[in-house]
Design a protein around this ligand. Structure first.
Ligand SMILES: Nc1ncnc2c1ncn2[C@@H]1O[C@H](COP(=O)(O)OP(=O)(O)O)[C@@H](O)[C@H]1O
Ligand SMILES: [Mg+2]
Length: 246
């Protein structure tokens, strides 16, 4: 069973439809990446999967439970964790307090869970009593991931967890993503850096203009001209109807 399945999702803001008929499956223990140009609708899709935007069409299933009509704040109880692209920590709260907030949805003992999570993120352990707003951008992104892990999600959605980070810190974040997937969690990562997505993900979806352009195992996607696809160029002769629009 997939940790997360979304079928034929269409969504947007008010009357403006951004995401058109996109489907995705996130398998337990694997990393699924979504890449695509700026403004393609990746964050809108992620927010929809996380229950923050109600889709106008389609179905969202988390660990076998259809949550399409469930209020978004209850998705965590079904095992879904979500880290937004921006504003993903409480800046005036300490690292520990941020983790406590993340632990509200935990079934088990949140104090022992916090110790486990801090062991995984040595940088955060050293900064336990610091205000989140005083951490570096990379540390803030790790804190946002750590906070989501407090609830022991079985599927975790990360929206551009490495945006704006140094290459060194980007590697640290990706190591954590691989570790999280290695523990059996299904991870869906939106990554603006195509090379990173191709070197770490198992399955890659390419979202262009709010639609799923192509998806498949990473080996297949790596052979495509992604730069051309991002620019809206034809990817092959399989789409004669698109020719002449370049
Ligand atoms: N809160 C919002 N209200 C209205 N339109 C929005 C909102 N957020 C994003 N959009 C629009 O949705 C489109 C897709 O944005 P987004 O999902 O953020 O793309 P991506 O994450 O791929 O860069 C853009 O045209 C953007 O202007
Ligand atoms: Mg985005």
């Amino acid at each position: 069973m997939d940790a997360l399945t979304a079928e034929n999702i269409s969504s947007g803001y008010g009357k403006s439809l951004i995401v058109h008929d996109v489907s995705i499956s996130v398998a337990a223990g694997l990393i699924t990446a979504i890449v695509g140009p700026n403004g393609a609708g990746k964050s809108t899709f992620a927010k929809t999967l996380a229950g923050l935007i109600r889709p106008v069409g389609g179905r969202i299933v988390v660990n076998g439970a259809d949550v399409t009509r469930v209020p978004g704040h209850l998705y965590a109880r079904h095992g879904l964790g979500y880290v937004p692209q921006n504003d993903n920590v409480f800046r005036t709260m300490t690292v520990k307090e941020n983790l406590e907030v993340g632990g509200f949805a935990t079934k088990g003992d949140s104090r022992s869970r916090m110790q486990e999570v801090l062991e995984i993120f040595p940088d955060l352990k050293k900064a336990e009593t610091k205000k989140a707003g005083n951490l570096s951008g990379g540390q803030q992104n790790l804190l946002a991931m750590a906070r989501a892990l407090m609830a022991e999600p079985t599927v975790l959605i990360l929206d551009e967890p490495t945006a704006g980070l140094s290459p060194a810190y980007t590697s640290v974040v990706w190591q954590q993503i691989e570790r999280i997937a290695g523990s059996g969690t299904g991870v869906l990562v939106i990554e603006q850096n195509v090379e990173r997505a191709l070197s770490h993900a198992h399955v890659v979806h390419v979202l262009v203009a709010g639609a799923n352009h192509v998806h498949g195992p990473v080996d297949e996607i790596a052979t495509l001209d992604l730069a051309g696809i991002f620019l809206g160029h034809d990817r092959s002769a399989n789409h004669p109807e698109k020719r002449g629009q370049q």
